[in-house]
Ligand binder design. Structure first.
Ligand code: ZN
Length: 193
């Protein structure tokens, strides 16, 4: 058990695309356990491998409430296989201490991944749930995409970074209008209904 160092915004590793996990070795299992401990130690609801310096497709999530038992879920080589609707909410990230910005996500998602035993599983995350948001946030990390890239209010984002002494906004990394629209095709249909 160990608490790992979390890389902050501005670190190049957060922008790299992560590789698929091959064999789920002892090393991978220890990494996942340490990531869970690191997430709890920092009061997070999710943590992705690149945030602790490993560019592999693995993240951990635990959205259980304070009075509930711990329920960590490890996702290896995850894929979002379907999604619906959209939801707006303030979001934060352990690589951006104390910074929160409004981010739009799919409301509902279905995700497929492997667990630590290499067995495939599917999770459906309900409309607008914290689980749905957390999975999308962590999954993005595996492609070098950060939550602020989704932010629509660039001024709010710049201020949140400045106020918390974080690196300046990497404007070129932000998703443009077209990319956001493509991500939210589902949501357009919902709005027209
Ligand atoms: Zn994050």
């Amino acid at each position: 058990m160990a608490i790992l160092k979390i890389f902050k915004y501005g670190s190049e590793i957060l922008r790299q695309k992560s590789k698929e996990v091959g064999k789920i070795s002892k090393k991978i299992k220890i990494l996942a356990e340490n990531m869970i401990d690191t997430m709890y130690a920092n009061n997070g609801v999710g943590l992705a491998a690149p945030q602790v310096g490993e560019n592999i497709r693995l993240f951990v999530v635990d959205v259980s409430l304070e009075n509930e038992k711990y329920n960590p879920i490890v996702f290896i080589n995850p894929k979002i296989i379907s999604h619906e609707g959209a939801s707006h909410e303030k979001e934060g990230c352990l690589s951006f201490p104390n910074a929160f910005v409004d981010v739009r996500r799919y409301a509902y998602i279905k995700v497929k991944a492997l667990n630590l035993s290499g067995k495939p599983f599917i999770i459906e995350a309900k409309d607008g749930s914290l689980l749905s948001r957390a999975i999308q946030h962590e999954n993005d990390h595996l492609d070098g995409i950060l939550f602020i890239d989704h932010a629509r209010n660039i001024f709010e984002t710049i201020k949140a970074l400045e106020d918390n002494g974080l690196a300046p906004l990497e404007k070129d990394k932000m998703l443009d209008e077209e990319e956001i629209e493509n991500l939210l095709v589902e949501d357009k249909t919902t709005e027209n209904e």
